[in-house]
Design a protein around this ligand. Structure first.
Ligand code: GLY
Length: 366
């Protein structure tokens, strides 16, 4: 099938994102040219090791490339100091050198963890992202944010370390559980909302078919990645515009904290609810009419996604307590909460000093 390439233009750190079906089965063609010796190390998780590692290994081995793999437990708990230490020590045991390549094969957890390990190992070795979840494909595998969670919060320890290549094999999504696919879709919708009303409209029409149609899947992933690549190229280290990619994330992080980073709420589900709340907040501040939040909610509901707090199983803290949870978020600038708001669907901007009362009303109303 057709392969699309999205270049990420960052001077000497530039790289390609290749998107298509079958890229894992043909990985040697893509990774081989980056290697200085016929050996790679792969960091993955138990689930992905069962579904994707055999094909990756077969492709590389057939090209004479030796493969060693570290298989970590699946789940957010792996993005932690103990597994980070274990990964770095394993990479050292494998005698990975500065000129070698580490492959991160998995979702956002594996990409962030393995990328961070690659960033610190011998002061930085190259790595290739092979994202296997929709969320990792359209967001976390591109742009070089790597890191782990700590007791103080999510992603508070990490580094900017750009991959040398990203292979987004949309075939890997075939085995992704339906709930995770939908959660990843939350990040896809985010792109339409933050910067491209036409893309949002396209998703309203085509979103329900993305799971079953390769062509639509390819178009959706490539479009989202094209937007991300352009933003990252303009603002690699999030001095400004890149913060737009955090649309919905301040709400999301509070909800994730409140649900203990558990199965009650997946990150992408929180992003979708958070985007809707950002629209609610924008409406409350007089920036948007009521039709925009209603339209976003209708699309999320039509996709079978969570769209309000009552869709999250179990009890949640009250609005005041949720607001307090936002205070620990790393997007706080000088002690003030920052939100990404919308002037319209497809036109987001960064706002500081949003009144807490409006945030409370949004939390109470959804
Ligand atoms: N996930 C947001 C970013 O890459 O900046």
């Amino acid at each position: 099938m057709e392969m699309k390439t999205v270049p990420v233009s960052l001077g000497p750190r530039s790289y390609d994102v290749r998107i298509g079906r079958g890229l894992i089965e043909t990985a040697a063609e893509h990774v081989g040219p980056l290697l200085r010796r016929p050996k790679v190390v792969v960091v993955t998780d138990e689930n992905v090791a069962a579904t994707q590692l055999p094909a990756l290994r077969a492709s590389l081995n057939a090209a004479g490339i030796a493969v060693e793999a570290l298989i970590l437990p699946a789940g957010e708990g792996t993005k932690s100091w103990p597994h980070f230490t274990r990964t770095v020590e394993w990479l050292l045991e494998q005698k990975v050198e500065r000129r070698d390549i580490v492959i991160a094969l998995g979702g956002g957890v594996i990409g962030d963890l393995a990328g961070f390990a690659a960033a610190v190992l011998r002061r930085g070795v190259r790595f290739v992202q092979i994202p296997t979840s929709l969320l990792a494909m359209v967001d976390s595998s591109v742009g070089g944010k790597t890191g782990i969670n700590t007791a103080q919060g999510k992603n508070l320890v990490g580094a900017f370390h750009q991959p040398a290549l990203v292979l987004a094999d949309i075939g890997a999504l075939d085995t992704l559980p339906e709930r995770e696919f939908r959660a990843g879709y939350g990040e896809v919708v985010k792109y339409g909302l933050l910067g491209d009303a036409t893309f949002f409209e396209w998703l309203e029409t085509n979103g329900p078919q993305i799971r079953s149609s390769d062509d639509l899947r390819l178009d959706a992933v490539a479009h989202a990645l094209g937007m991300k690549a352009a933003i990252v190229a303009r603002d690699e280290t999030e001095e400004g515009e890149r913060a737009l990619l955090n649309l919905g994330h301040t709400f999301c992080h509070a909800l994730e904290k409140a649900t203990g980073y558990s199965d009650r709420l997946l990150h992408g589900e929180g992003v979708a609810i958070g985007c809707l709340m950002a629209a609610d907040l924008s409406r409350k501040l007089g920036l948007l009419g009521q039709e925009a939040p209603s339209r976003i909610a209708a699309h999320l509901r039509g996709m079978g996604m969570k769209a309000s707090l009552s869709d999250i199983a179990g009890e949640l803290p009250d609005a005041q307590a949720l607001l307090a949870l936002m205070g620990q978020d790393k997007k706080v600038v000088d002690g003030r909460l920052r939100f990404i708001l919308m002037n319209a669907i497809g036109d987001a901007f960064i706002a500081d000093d949003v009144p807490a009362a409006a945030v409370i009303e949004v939390l109470e109303g959804r």
